[in-house]
Design a protein around this ligand. Structure first.
Ligand code: HEM
Length: 353
C-alpha cells in the first residue's frame, strides 16, 4: 500500500461517502484556502511586494510599472485582484452552505466562530489591499473609512491616528496600510485559516448524520465511507477548475485602476466621492442614508454579532446536523437569508444607482 501524501494527511483515513460528495460541501472551504494560500499570498502577493513602492507619490505609478518590470507583470495584479474577489465569494458561499446544512451546531460552534472571525479579517485585508491602489477611487473610500473609524466612542481619535499615522493622509498612511496588508492582517488570516481547518478534523471531520437506529433494526446502520485518496482527487479537480476560471478572468478583465491620487498635490479629500470596494457597497448605500456611526459601525457590527451568536441563540439544538434546510434550524436559516438578501439588495442598489 502506498504511503499517504501531504494532501491526504489533511484528511482522516476514511470519510463518510454522502458528505464527501461534491454537492455537499461544493469544495468551497478548500477553494477558499487554495485561493488565499497559493494565489493571493504566495503566487501573486509576494512577487508584488518586490515592486510596490509604499509612498503617497509613487504607490499608484509603481502598480502601473509592474507591467513593465516584473515577469508576466501585466498578469500579476489581475491574478491577485481576481483571486481576492473569488476568495470573498467562495467564503461567503461556504458560510451559507454551513448554515443551510446545519453544520454550525455543536461540536462545531467554536469553529463557526473561528470561520467568522477569519471572514471579517479577510474583508479588512481586502480593504487594505484596495487602498494600496492609491487612486482617486480608493482615496475616496479611505477618506470615508477613516471618517467612520473616528466615530468609535472613546477610542475613535486614537484609532484614526493608528490607521492614518498622523492628522492627515500622507506617506505614513500608505506605509501603515501596506504593513497591515502584507503582515498585520495577512499573517493572522493565515494562522486562523490553519486553525479553522485543523478544528474541522478535531471536531470529528466534516459534519455528518449520526448513525441511525430504527425499531426494526436496533443496531445502528453504519453509513458507507470512502478512502481519503478519492476525496483528494476530487479536490484536485475542483482546484484545477478554479485555476482555469481565475486565468480566464485575469486574461479578459483587467484589475480596476483609476487616476492616481496624490494627496500632497491638492485638496483631493474635499472633492472625492466615496467609492467603496464592491464588498462594502452595501455599507456605502447605508452611509448615504444614515449617520456614519449607524451605517459604518452599529449595523455592520450588529450583523456580525447576530451571526456570531447564531449557534448559541437562534439554534441551540444538535438535531438536523448535515441535513439541508432541516426545520430545527429554521429560525437561523431565515435570519441568514434576510441578512444575505439585505446585503445583496443594498449592493445592487448602490451599484446600479
Ligand atoms: C475564511 C476562510 C475560510 C476557509 C479557508 C475555510 C475552510 C474550511 C474548510 C476547508 C472546511 C472543511 C471543508 C468544507 O466544509 O468545505 C471548513 C469547514 C467549516 N467551516 Fe470554514 N472556512 C472559512 C470560513 C468560514 C466561515 C466564514 C465560517 C462561518 C462563519 C466557517 C465555518 C465552518 C464550519 C462550521 C465548518 C465545519 C463544517 C462541517 O463540518 O460540515 N468557515 N472550512
Amino acid at each position: 500500500m502506498t504511503r499517504p501524501n501531504f494532501f491526504e494527511h489533511l484528511h482522516p483515513p476514511t470519510i463518510p461517502a454522502r458528505e464527501a460528495r461534491f454537492i455537499y460541501t461544493f469544495g468551497l472551504g478548500g477553494m477558499s484556502l487554495f485561493l488565499f494560500l497559493f494565489l493571493s499570498l504566495i503566487v501573486t502577493g509576494v512577487p508584488l511586494m518586490f515592486v510596490y513602492v509604499p509612498t503617497a507619490v509613487s504607490a499608484a505609478d509603481s502598480i502601473r510599472a509592474i507591467a513593465y518590470v516584473a515577469p508576466f507583470g501585466w498578469l500579476l495584479p489581475n491574478l491577485h485582484y481576481w483571486a481576492a474577489v473569488l476568495l470573498l465569494l467562495t467564503v461567503g458561499f461556504h458560510m451559507l452552505r454551513v448554515v443551510f446544512s446545519g453544520s454550525y451546531k455543536r461540536p462545531r460552534r467554536f469553529n463557526w466562530l473561528l470561520g467568522l472571525v477569519t471572514l471579517l479579517l479577510s474583508l479588512l485585508l481586502s480593504f487594505s489591499g484596495y487602498v494600496l491602489r492609491w487612486d482617486v477611487d480608493t482615496f475616496g473610500a479611505l477618506t470615508a473609512g477613516t471618517h467612520i473609524v473616528q466615530q468609535f466612542p472613546l477610542i475613535g481619535g486614537w484609532f484614526y491616528g493608528l490607521l492614518v499615522g498622523g492628522p492627515d493622509i500622507s506617506d505614513a498612511t500608505v506605509i501603515r496600510f501596506y504593513t497591515w496588508h502584507t503582515l498585520g492582517l495577512s499573517v493572522p488570516v493565515l494562522l486562523l485559516m490553519g486553525w479553522h481547518v485543523f478544528r474541522v478534523r478535531r471536531d470529528g471531520g466534516i459534519s455528518h448524520r449520526s448513525s441511525v437506529a430504527s425499531p426494526q433494526s436496533p443496531l445502528s446502520h453504519k453509513p458507507p465511507r470512502i478512502p481519503r485518496r478519492k476525496l483528494v482527487q476530487r479536490e484536485g479537480v475542483a482546484m484545477l477548475a478554479l485555476l482555469c476560471l481565475l486565468f480566464a478572468l485575469s486574461l479578459f478583465w483587467d484589475a480596476p485602476l483609476a487616476v492616481p491620487a496624490n494627496p500632497l498635490a491638492g485638496p483631493l479629500a474635499a472633492t472625492a466621492d466615496i467609492a467603496a470596494p464592491w464588498f462594502f457597497l452595501w455599507v456605502q448605500a447605508l452611509l448615504r442614508r444614515l449617520s456614519p456611526l449607524l451605517a459604518g459601525i452599529v449595523i455592520p457590527l450588529g450583523v456580525a454579532l447576530v451571526l456570531a451568536l447564531l449557534p448559541w441563540t437562534l439554534d441551540r439544538e444538535t438535531e438536523g446536523t448535515a441535513v439541508w434546510f432541516h426545520p430545527a434550524g429554521r429560525r437561523a436559516q431565515v435570519v441568514v437569508i434576510v441578512i444575505t438578501i439585505g446585503i445583496i439588495g443594498l449592493t445592487l442598489w448602490e451599484w446600479l444607482g
